[in-house]
Design a protein around this ligand. Sequence first.
Ligand SMILES: [Zn+2]
Length: 177
Amino acid sequence: MKSLYYFTSLLLICTTTVFGQQQKSNKGHSNNPYYSTTDTNHIKVSNAQWKKILSPNLYAVARLQSTENAFAGKMWKSETKGTYYCAACGNILFKSMAKFASTCGWPSFFEPIRVNSVNYKEDNSYDMHRTEVTCARCDSHLGHIFDDGPPPTHKRFCMNAVSLDFEPETTAKIKAK
Ligand SMILES: [Zn+2]
């Protein structure tokens, strides 16, 4: 009897998770076969392939290291609780509790959700010495990291809003149950 209970619970969890993912994948990712919020394995996809899948704005930032204009959209000042994912591949990146109000005009976080969610690369373009932050799953450009963030890390992950997908907590909570 006990095992039946566990089995039913497991089935419920699976159904809810699948439902949650379907809900998310409908948000403009149905043409993106690489998009997954659960798979963390590294993927190698050519820029030619990405160009067919991503919007021109996202392609320019994610694959050509372009930077969107400051104060683009509303994500930089949003205080809604939830989770941020890589907009190119769905990799889970940041929690809203690590987000802080920054006046720079880009969404800013003091730490990623997992240490290995992102990678770091030296960036000496435009005569500046910066550290680029990329998605550890698909290598897409996300933004840069600076040392002027708040405690406890004093880091500022300055991200392009176009590179991030946001899922409000209400849906995330349903998925976690
Ligand atoms: Zn990614």
